[in-house]
Design a binder for this molecule. Structure first.
Ligand SMILES: Nc1ncnc2c1ncn2[C@@H]1O[C@H](COP(=O)(O)OP(=O)(O)OP(=O)(O)O)[C@@H](O)[C@H]1O
Length: 240
């Protein structure tokens, strides 16, 4: 690889009793699925890239630049997290506008981009709705719309489809693929669901007990020797 989009260079971190050690180069303009058992360290891996966790040792490079000391807002990333991160007292247009400018100095074209993003996630006309009036799946789609308007080269998604029913899950995955093809962004998506790996991922990172157990193409992952950790992950997933 000539130029990784994301590089975790000998990163270590301890949170409570959990130790993490990540060393990874993530290819640009690909979708990489981040999988592993519950508690293995997937969210922590994303948080280190997003800047919500800072390594005890090592460096985080984004698009070739050292981002280790940058705050989350200064990094070239958009995020969609499990808990949506929508402000309850603000309507959707404002929540999404915060993704463009935290001071909400929105130009006419920004407002048009918000309307367009809401339409793309199937929430056209929801500009003035408050998060409390939305279902879990609608909130998740609104969070996705906010990431769309930010238009950053790296998109981090932590279980973005978890609250969606299977039909909506498939259509949001399709939308993610379409947008990815349009923008050529680098996508990291945390998922427990092997179907997401099948339909979305170019590459797969499998995390076990705070370290990367396997990092390869989707085919590498699907045909990898089924170690105990991988077997148990796939076995659990099959029973879902
Ligand atoms: N701030 C913290 N303080 C103490 N322990 C933490 C903290 N954050 C995470 N951990 C621990 O680190 C481990 C990894 O957590 P993480 O959320 O990264 O796992 P995950 O793979 O994303 O899990 P899940 O699939 O359940 O969301 C867990 O054991 C968790 O309890």
């Amino acid at each position: 690889m000539t130029h990784a989009s994301i590089c975790l260079d000998h990163v270590t971190l301890t949170l409570g009793t959990a130790d993490f050690a990540f060393d990874a180069q993530i290819a640009p303009q690909k979708i990489t699925a981040v999988t592993g058992a519950s508690g293995s360290g997937k969210s922590t891996f994303l948080n280190l890239i997003a800047g919500f966790e800072v390594p005890a040792r090592g460096r985080v490079l984004l698009n070739g630049k050292d981002a280790t000391q940058l705050s989350p807002g200064e990094r070239p990333v958009s995020l969609v997290f499990q808990d949506h991160n929508l402000f309850a007292h603000l309507d959707l247009a404002t929540n999404i506008g915060l993704g463009i400018d935290p001071a909400l100095r929105l130009r006419t074209e920004d407002k048009a981009a918000i309307t367009h993003a809401l339409q793309r996630v199937g929430l056209g006309g929801f500009e003035h709705r408050k998060p409390s009036s939305l279902s879990g799946g609608e909130k998740q789609r609104a969070a996705f719309a906010r990431a769309l308007v930010r238009d950053k080269p790296i998109l981090l998604l932590d279980e973005p489809f978890a609250a969606l029913d299977p039909g909506l899950r498939a259509s949001m995955a399709e939308l993610l693929l379409t947008l990815h093809r349009e923008t050529g962004n680098t996508v990291l998506i945390v998922t427990h669901d092997p179907r997401d790996v099948e339909r979305l991922a170019d590459d797969v990172i499998f995390i076990d007990h705070g370290t990367i157990h396997l990092h390869g193409t989707r085919a590498d992952f699907l045909h990898a020797e089924k170690t105990e950790a991988l077997q148990s992950f796939l076995g659990l997933a099959k029973n879902q």
